[in-house]
Design a binder for this molecule. Structure first.
Ligand code: AKG
Length: 363
C-alpha cells in the first residue's frame, strides 16, 4: 500500500482536507503543505471569552426563512433521485471495467466488507439486542479504544440543537481534543440523549496507533482497481442524526459502513456543481472549487446548511422514468459505496445506536 498525499485538486486534500495535529505547531504542513487549515481550537484551549462568543452566537431564523422562501432554483436536483443499484459480482476486474474506469457510482455487494476487523473490535451489539438481529443497535467499544488511544488527538464537530429532539442547529464548532473526551461523551449519550452532539469527523487513521490502524486493512478494490495509491483514510463516528452537507472529493472514494446506518445522496459532477453554485450565489458567496472542498463551518450551520439540505434532501426518491440524474444509497453494516471522483454527495446517519464509517480516498 502506498500512501500519497497529493490529491489532484490544486487547493487541498479534499472537503475534509483540514487538520490539526496533536502538536498544533506542526499543523498539517508535515502531511500536506497544500492543505487548507481551519485551525480549530483544542477543547482545553477554549478560553472563557471564546466560550462566551460560542454561546452568544445566534442564527438568524428570519433571514434564513426569507432566503428559503425566495429561493427558486432550477437545477436537475429538483427531479427525483433514483435508488442506486447494487453490484452482485465482487470481482475487482468487474468493478474496474464497469464502475472505476467509467466513473460511475455503485453499491458493492451487500455486506462485502463485514470482515473488516474494526467491525468486531470497535463495536458491540447494543444492550439487549442479539448480535445477529437485523435491526440491532450498536454501541462503540469504548473500553477497547480507551485502552489503545485515549490520548490520541482527534477532530470533533460539536453541534448544539435547541433541544434533544430538535433539528435546527443553534451552534456548530470544529475543534481537536483527546479521543477520550469523545469516548466519554459517547458513553453518556448512550443512556441520556444530549442536545449537544459530537461527531468524530474525518479522523485520519494515520493519527491513531498502529494497533487501531491494523483494524482497517486496505480492501482489494482500493489496492487493485487503480494505481493502488491511498491518498487518505478517515473514520467517522457519531450518534444519528449525523450530517455531512453536499460536497465533492478530489479522488475516488470507497465509503464503508462499519456500524449502524447511513443514507447517501449523489449527484453527477455538473449537477452537483449547479446546486452548490446556486446556493452559494443566493448567499453572495463564492462557489469556486476550493469552497466545495472544505468542510468549513459556513456550510455546517445557518443559511448555507439549510439551503444545501433543502436542495438535496427535499426531493423524493423515485425509480420511475421521470427520475433525475441523482442517486440514493442506504448503507448498513459491512456495506460499501463507490463514489467516483468529482461526484457530489451528502450523507446522513440514520436510526439508533452508533453510526460509523470509514472511507478510503484512492487512485
Ligand atoms: O459519513 C459522513 O458523514 C461523511 C463522509 C464523507 O463525506 C466522505 O466520505 O466524503
Amino acid at each position: 500500500m502506498v500512501y500519497t498525499r497529493d490529491g489532484d485538486d490544486s487547493r487541498c486534500r479534499g472537503m475534509h482536507g483540514t487538520q490539526v495535529l496533536a502538536n498544533p505547531s506542526v499543523i498539517n504542513s508535515r502531511r500536506n503543505p497544500r492543505a487548507v487549515c481551519m485551525k480549530p481550537q483544542p477543547w482545553h484551549s477554549l478560553d472563557s471569552r471564546a466560550l462566551h462568543r460560542l454561546l452568544q452566537h445566534k442564527t438568524r431564523p428570519e433571514s434564513l426563512r426569507s432566503n428559503l422562501r425566495s429561493c427558486s432554483f432550477s437545477t436537475s436536483s429538483g427531479r427525483p433521485y433514483r435508488p442506486l443499484e447494487t453490484l452482485h459480482d465482487a470481482r475487482v476486474e468487474t468493478f474496474r471495467q464497469q464502475f472505476f474506469i467509467p466513473e460511475k457510482p455503485t453499491i458493492l455487494p451487500r455486506s462485502h466488507f463485514r470482515d473488516i476487523p474494526a467491525l468486531k473490535n470497535w463495536f458491540q451489539a447494543g444492550n439487549g439486542s442479539p448480535a445477529d438481529a437485523p435491526d440491532r443497535t450498536t454501541r462503540l467499544n469504548v473500553e477497547y479504544l480507551q485502552s489503545h488511544a485515549a490520548d490520541a488527538f482527534v477532530p470533533l464537530e460539536l453541534t448544539e440543537l435547541s433541544d434533544t429532539t430538535a433539528t435546527d442547529v443553534k451552534r456548530f464548532r470544529q475543534f481537536h481534543a483527546p479521543l477520550n473526551l469523545f469516548l466519554e461523551w459517547m458513553r453518556m449519550a448512550e443512556t441520556s440523549p444530549q442536545a449537544t452532539r459530537l461527531y468524530l469527523a474525518q479522523c485520519q487513521l494515520l493519527d491513531l496507533p498502529v494497533i487501531l490502524r491494523d483494524d482497517f486493512p486496505t480492501p482489494a478494490i482500493v489496492a487493485q482497481a487503480g494505481k493502488g495509491d491511498v491518498y487518505d483514510t478517515n473514520v467517522w463516528i457519531g450518534h444519528p442524526p449525523t450530517y455531512t452537507p453536499l460536497h465533492r472529493d478530489p479522488n475516488p472514494n470507497l465509503f464503508v459502513q462499519l456500524a449502524g446506518r447511513k443514507v447517501v445522496r449523489l449527484l453527477p459532477p455538473g449537477d452537483g456543481q449547479g446546486v452548490f453554485s446556486a446556493v452559494r450565489r443566493q448567499l453572495g458567496r463564492s462557489s469556486d472549487r476550493g469552497a466545495a472542498a472544505i468542510r468549513g463551518e459556513e456550510m455546517m450551520q445557518g443559511e448555507e446548511r439549510a439551503l444545501l439540505d433543502q436542495m438535496v434532501w427535499d426531493v423524493p426518491v423515485s425509480a420511475g422514468s421521470e427520475s433525475g440524474t441523482g442517486f440514493e444509497a442506504e448503507l448498513g453494516t459491512g456495506d460499501g459505496l463507490f463514489i467516483p471522483k468529482g461526484w457530489w454527495h451528502s450523507i446522513k446517519g440514520l436510526g439508533e445506536g452508533v453510526t460509523a464509517s470509514v472511507n478510503w480516498w484512492f487512485r
